[in-house]
Every structure is written in structure tokens, then in C-alpha cells.
Write a protein that binds this ligand. Structure first.
Ligand SMILES: *Cc1c(COP(=O)(O)O)cnc(C)c1O
Length: 350
């Protein structure tokens, strides 16, 4: 019952294995909601893949990853002086400011650090101009690598591998250590590796959410009610547009239904349109992500905490309570009720 991720584990693992085999220095990223799978499951897969290092987003995520992974754990969020101390000797901290590097270098036991360099993303990192001063602090730490966080391959204007090469070389001129990268295509990564030598590639989405045919998400039908045209329904008491049914489905805001990361909007103008669509949702005319009888059905009103109400016209026979219907859910913002392992049905039909 509820919102279920049906996972063909064999197919998923074939894909993970294939990425691991073709990506020397693969560093899986298991952060946040664990890309819909949960951090624990991803950490177990990282163990199965035999990678040296697993990356998590924050210090708070490290213990859960540690319960399923014994290798090194890289914390992606940069260290700050008010971070609570950690007693896990296998943690690698990211350092993004000179003053933080100086503080860490003063600690009694030299911590393992990756020094992040500022890129065109403008998120975290030490600027190129300050690299000379980094050299002065390296004695007090164990330098595990130089980290670069790069724009998405799909970004329309991006410096691409040129930025990785330039910054990577600048880091290597200060200290010998692997260069840790993200968001390069397979060929770009191969090209950069050929130039820079020892590299690591942090992969989340392309690793865990590749092989889309290995999974599908469904929502249980929890209730259904006949309604008359014009009947007022829902928290907002909108009028039903015609005779038909209200179908109550598992999947609300707590599952991530109705959420989509604004990053999909390429321009400010498109973002404005997204806001306009939100208004449509409030009017109960917006297409929901639930498919019933082959079509996405409109929301009656914005999703509730754990369920959504959709409208089904009278000519469509309503699904039975307990049926599972397809739900189009963005897994990076989703919370599932259950992950159900399925058989590979491609072999069954072969
Ligand atoms: C999240 C993150 C990644 C992985 O991003 P994906 O797009 O999921 O592959 C890599 N590096 C850093 C620093 C990140 O924060």
C-alpha cells in the first residue's frame, strides 16, 4: 500500500556494475533522500561495487552511510569551525576556505581533507588567487585531493572540461593528489583523466537513476466517490467539472507529489510559467502525475499531506480500492513508502 518503487534489482545492478567498470575512480554520491532509494541502500550498493570512497552530503548523513559502508566517507558540504566533532577516522572533510584549512591544520591529528577550488558554479571553493597560501597550510593536513564542482553537461553555457583541466593543473602545481570531479560526461572524464592522471568522479544521478526501465512508481487507490457536476469538493470546495468520480490516491506533499525542482526551468521566463501552473493547480485544473486508464488525470486541488484527489469523468470506470496506478514521481525529491523488488519481466516474456 502507498507509494511504491518497484525495482528490478538485477537490471539496476547490471547498470551500476557497468558504470563502475567504465569509470575508474568512481565515487558514488549518496545524499539527501538517497535519490529515492535511501542512503542506507545506496551505501550497501557502494559496498557491493567495492568502491574506495562513498560521498555523502552532510556530516549528519555520515553515520547512516557508515552502518553500510566501511570504506572512506567524503563529506561534500564544506567543513566549518562550528561543525560538531566526529570520532569516525574514516571521514574525509571538504575544505573551501583558507581560514578553515588553517584551523584544521592546527588540530592535533592531521585530518584527511579534500580542498575544493572555486569553479564557475560559484558555490564553494578557494579562489585560484589564494592557491599559494594553500601550500603553506598543507603540512598540517593529509591532502586527499583537489575537488572541483562543475556545471551540468546539459547547461547551455559551460566552460566544460577546459575548466576542469585548468583548475586541476593549478591544484596539482601546489600539491600532488587526485583531482575529484563531477558532472563530466564519460568522454570528457576520460579526456580529463588522460591529462591530469589520477582522478575521481563523483556520480549521483547518472549512477543511481540511470537505467530508467529498471524501476517504476505506483500509488495505491485508497478511496473513490461518485460526484455530480457542480458538487463542491475538497478543502477548497471547488466545483466538480462534470459527473464522475473523485479518486483518492496515496501520494501527497510528504511523498514529493506536486514538487519539482525549479532547476528544470531553463530561463526566468519559464520559471514564471511554472508559477502560473501552480496557480492552475490551486484552481483544480492542473494535470496530476497519476495515470488512470491510460491518461494523467487532473488534480481536484493541490495535493494533501499524504494523499491526492483526482477527478475521473463518468465515462471512465474508476479503479478499485487497493489497485496500484502509475505515478510519475521525481525521485530526487521523493519519499517512498516501500521499495518492492520485482523480477526482470523482460526475461519472463522472452
Ligand atoms: C550532489 C553532488 C554531486 C552528484 O550530483 P549528481 O548530479 O546527482 O550526479 C557531485 N558533487 C557534489 C559536490 C554534489 O553536491
Amino acid at each position: 500500500m502507498g507509494v511504491v518503487l518497484h525495482l528490478d534489482q538485477d537490471r539496476w545492478r547490471d547498470h551500476l556494475d557497468q558504470v563502475a567498470q567504465t569509470t575508474p575512480g568512481l565515487t558514488p554520491v549518496a545524499k539527501g533522500n538517497g535519490y529515492g532509494f535511501g542512503v542506507a541502500r545506496l551505501a550497501s550498493e557502494a559496498t557491493r561495487l567495492g568502491v574506495e570512497t562513498l560521498a555523502v552530503g552532510t556530516l549528519a548523513e555520515a553515520p547512516l552511510a557508515r552502518a553500510h559502508f566501511t570504506g572512506r566517507i567524503l563529506i561534500l558540504q564544506p567543513w566549518r569551525p562550528d561543525d560538531p566533532p566526529s570520532h569516525d577516522p574514516g571521514l574525509i572533510r571538504t575544505v573551501s576556505r583558507l581560514e578553515d584549512l588553517a584551523r584544521l591544520a592546527d588540530q592535533p591529528i592531521a585530518p584527511q581533507v579534500v580542498v575544493e577550488l572555486m569553479t564557475s558554479i560559484a558555490r564553494h571553493g578557494i579562489g585560484r588567487a589564494d592557491l599559494d597560501q594553500v601550500a603553506d597550510e598543507l603540512e598540517g593536513v593529509e591532502l586527499v585531493g583537489w575537488a572541483l564542482h562543475l556545471p551540468l553537461p546539459a547547461a547551455r553555457h559551460r566552460p566544460g572540461p577546459a575548466e576542469a583541466l585548468e583548475l586541476g593543473r593549478a591544484g596539482l602545481a601546489v600539491g600532488a593528489a587526485p583531482v575529484w570531479l563531477s558532472h563530466l560526461s564519460q568522454t570528457e572524464y576520460d579526456q580529463v583523466r588522460a591529462e591530469l592522471g589520477d582522478c575521481r568522479l563523483r556520480l549521483g544521478t547518472r549512477l543511481w537513476l540511470g537505467a530508467p526501465d529498471s524501476r517504476r512508481v505506483t500509488a495505491s487507490v485508497i478511496d473513490r466517490h461518485p460526484v455530480r457536476r457542480g458538487q463542491r469538493v475538497g478543502y477548497w470546495q471547488h466545483k466538480a467539472p462534470a459527473d464522475g468520480h473523485i479518486v483518492v490516491l496515496a501520494g501527497g506533499t510528504s511523498h514529493g507529489v506536486g514538487l519539482s525542482a525549479p532547476s528544470t526551468a531553463a530561463t526566468w521566463r519559464r520559471r514564471g510559467q511554472a508559477v502560473a501552473e501552480g496557480l492552475l493547480a490551486a484552481l483544480g485544473r492542473s494535470r496530476s502525475p497519476f495515470t488512470i486508464a491510460g491518461a494523467k488525470r487532473p488534480f481536484v486541488e493541490p495535493p494533501h499531506m499524504q494523499v491526492s484527489l483526482v477527478f475521473l469523468p463518468a465515462e471512465v470506470p474508476p479503479p478499485a480500492i487497493g489497485d496500484e496506478v502509475p505515478l510519475d514521481l521525481r525521485l530526487t525529491t521523493a519519499t517512498l513508502d516501500e521499495i518492492r523488488l520485482t523480477e526482470d519481466d523482460s526475461t519472463a516474456s522472452a
